[in-house]
Write a protein that binds this ligand. Structure first.
Ligand code: ADP
Length: 669
């Protein structure tokens, strides 16, 4: 049968049937012609026509019908075989009958053709019946194979994480199920407008992973498929008019095939194509099968891409958490399972398996130092029940040397707390730094207090001997009659003692700024300025000075100390000016603070001195011979700092100076 089928398929089953039919028709015509010539009755001629020509026509029609019927072409040769078997059997029987001693066919030229024609038609009928049954079985088997292939591929897609493996398997199964020579998975590279033969079966060695086809050229079946957004079937590439077929197909002698898109049409990943070297018809089911496989591939590719993204993100997160020394944790509140990463396990000194697989939150509470345990628990409770956010710092149980900071955020579902995600960081170093800083601040405070006490005691105790020096100098002056030079020396000595007293007074005030100051309270600067103006009345008049003030605010301050600040600054403004100075006092708002400025048109200050003058006993070069002690601005700075503000000067030598300082507003403006 196999040999016959091969021979049949070479000659063509339909051709054989058609030719047999044609022979009968020709014979019938000849027989009629002979019948007329020998004067046979018309009725017998008619019967001959009916019994020979009609079966002939039936055979010819049968051959034609097979081209459109639902019987697989592969079985056409078998049908032709059945015809010939019908013909041969009848012919054999007739020959046997004819060879009988009493037998013999009276009219062999009529009887034999009639009987063989009829038996050929009977053979055709049996063949068609047989071919149909076989076709149907073949179809069912094919469909079952296709379904099996789809199911198996789905399973492989679930199990493997190697896309190329899956693609190869897909290609193999498609080619097998459709009985095709080739199958290919093309990977689209939109930038280069080409498709790479990523995996496939049947292709010449060495081209898988190398060969490309254009994704835009008119010759390419793949390009045509991409442009049309639906599966494309080719029955015969030689007669195909939509495209001519790219080199990859023509060089493999491809004639027929199906190609379909992998992935969404608007964003295709590539093409799945299967081809055969013979002309072939494909059913709608075949196309659906190829599409199903393409869909499995598309899903697997999407999944793989998502997993890849996830892996990349996880890797980034790992790098970030490692660099930042951060551990990540999640608490399933409903199930009470905390899972965390290995960094956290290491930090807490816990078993990494317990930590990564998950444990009750109680297990983690156990790691918290007892001093902070209750507070931490209540903070977590508050986060879950109320705030949704957690921030806590605590020591670990490990001998209380490790400090951690924990932060978390609660995830709710319809108001119900579901999970809390968070991070934990080792803050031991920061804590140690803070602790050291606190210790240093404490030491600094202590030493400052000691210094203040010393300065106070020293300046206070110095006053007494100084008073003695002054009173004895006065005694000398009143009791002794000194010559002119002696008077002059005495004057210097008294002057020196006076200067010293002023300096000691200044020092005393300076050392008392922090310790002896009053609490800060709302102060009206207008009133302060009025007092200062009264105090400086004599100076103002002597120098014909004008003090010009803008409205001044209420601030938060110590009235006595602020009086000292205004007095020093106004006094300086007048002192370090030439005749008839004009001083402007202004105030401007700066957020929650006020900036108060005292501007004069005096001698100004050299830029290099503008910082020094705020130091104790530092005097400007300009008037170093004057009366001042060099402590006024230092005192102002200390007072302003006590109020949480800053003081600075802007000045142009010869043009004037503007001293500005900030004070907190009283909040009742
Ligand atoms: P004193 O006025 O007693 O010298 P201060 O601390 O008040 O001490 O001032 C320090 C120095 O700053 C002064 O010696 C002076 O040179 C300079 N100075 C202060 N105020 C002004 C001003 N308004 N104009 C120019 N120079 C000033």
């Amino acid at each position: 049968m196999a040999h016959w089928r091969r021979l049949g398929s070479i000659i063509g089953g339909r051709r054989i049937i058609g030719a047999l039919g044609a022979l009968y028709v020709i014979f019938a015509v000849l027989r009629v012609f002979i019948g007329f010539n020998i004067g046979e009755p018309v009725s017998s001629i008619f019967i001959i026509i009916l019994l020979i020509a009609v079966p002939g026509f039936v055979l010819i029609y049968g051959a034609y019908w097979l081209s459109r019927g639902d019987i697989n072409t592969e079985f056409h040769a078998d049908i032709a075989g059945w015809c010939l078997v019908g013909f041969g059997t009848m012919a054999g029987l007739l020959i046997l009958f004819h060879l009988q001693p009493e037998g013999g066919i009276s009219e062999p030229l009529t009887g034999i053709p009639i009987l063989t024609a009829l038996s050929s038609v009977a053979g055709l009928g049996i063949g068609i019946y047989d071919g149909r049954a076989k076709s149907r079985t073949r179809q069912l088997k094919r469909r079952a194979n296709q379904q099996d292939a789809v199911a198996e591929l789905g399973q492989i897609a679930l199990e493997t994480d190697d896309l190329d493996d899956l693609m190869y398997e897909a290609a193999r199964k498609v080619a097998d199920a459709l009985d095709n020579d080739y199958c290919k998975v093309l990977d689209l590279d939109p930038e280069n407008e080409e498709l790479l033969l990523r995996q496939g079966v049947g292709w010449k060695e060495g081209i898988t992973g190398e060969a490309t086809v254009s994704s835009v050229e008119a010759a390419s079946q793949a390009a045509y498929t991409l442009a049309n957004n639906h599966p494309i079937i080719v029955e015969d590439l030689e007669t195909e008019t939509r495209f001519s077929g790219p080199e990859l197909l023509t060089s493999h002698d491809v004639h027929s095939g199906i190609s379909t898109i992998i992935g969404p049409f608007n964003e295709p990943w590539g093409i799945l194509g299967t081809h055969d070297t013979v002309r072939k018809e494909f059913t709608e089911e075949d196309v659906n099968f190829v599409q199903s496989v393409a869909n499995i591939l598309a899903e697997a590719i999407e999944q793989a891409e998502k997993e890849q993204q996830l892996r990349e993100r996880q890797a980034q997160l790992d790098v970030a958490t490692e660099a930042a020394s951060i551990g990540i944790w999640t608490w399933d509140i409903q199930e009470d399972v905390v899972t965390a990463d290995e960094y956290l396990a290491e930090l807490y000194g816990m078993d990494p398996v317990t930590v990564t697989e998950g444990a009750s939150i109680e297990v983690f509470y156990d790691q918290v130092h007892e001093d902070e345990a209750e507070e931490t628990k209540s903070k977590i409770k508050r986060a879950v029940e109320d705030t949704g956010e957690l921030k806590a710092e605590y020591r670990l149980k490990d001998g209380a040397s490790t400090w951690v900071e924990i932060r978390g955020e609660v995830e709710y579902d319809g108001g119900e707390p579901i999970r809390m995600h968070g991070a934990v960081a080792n803050i031991t170093e920061r804590k140690e730094r803070e602790q050291r800083l606190e210790e240093l601040i404490g030491q600094l405070k202590e030493s400052n207090e000691r210094l203040e006490k010393f300065a106070y005691a020293a300046s206070h105790d110095l006053q007494e001997p100084l008073r003695m020096v002054s009173s004895y100098l006065q005694l000398i002056d009143s009791r002794y009659d000194l010559d002119e030079e002696g008077e002059e020396f005495l004057e210097f000595a008294v002057d020196g003692a006076d200067r010293m007293r002023s300096m000691i007074d200044g020092l005393l005030q300076y050392s008392r700024v922090e310790t002896q100051g009053d609490p800060l309270e709302p102060v009206d600067l207008e009133c302060i300025l009025d007092d200062v103006r009264d105090n400086l009345q004599v100076t103002i008049e002597e120098n014909s000075a004008t003090i010009d003030t803008a409205p001044l605010p209420r601030v938060q301050g110590d009235p006595d100390q602020l009086r000292q600040v205004f007095q020093n600054l106004l006094d300086n403004a007048i002192e370090y000016s030439d005749d008839q100075p004009t001083v402007h006092v202004t105030a401007e708002r700066n957020g929650t603070d006020w900036i108060v400025s005292i501007e004069d048109d005096g001698i100004g200050i050299n830029p290099e001195e503008q910082e020094q003058i705020f130091e104790v006993f530092q005097r400007g070069q300009s008037r170093s011979d004057g009366d001042g002690t060099g402590i006024g601005l230092a005192l102002c700075e200390r007072i302003i700092e006590r109020h949480g503000g800053d003081i600075w000067v802007e000045s142009e030598p010869g043009e004037g100076s503007t001293f500005s300082f900030t004070l907190p507003s009283s909040g009742r403006q």
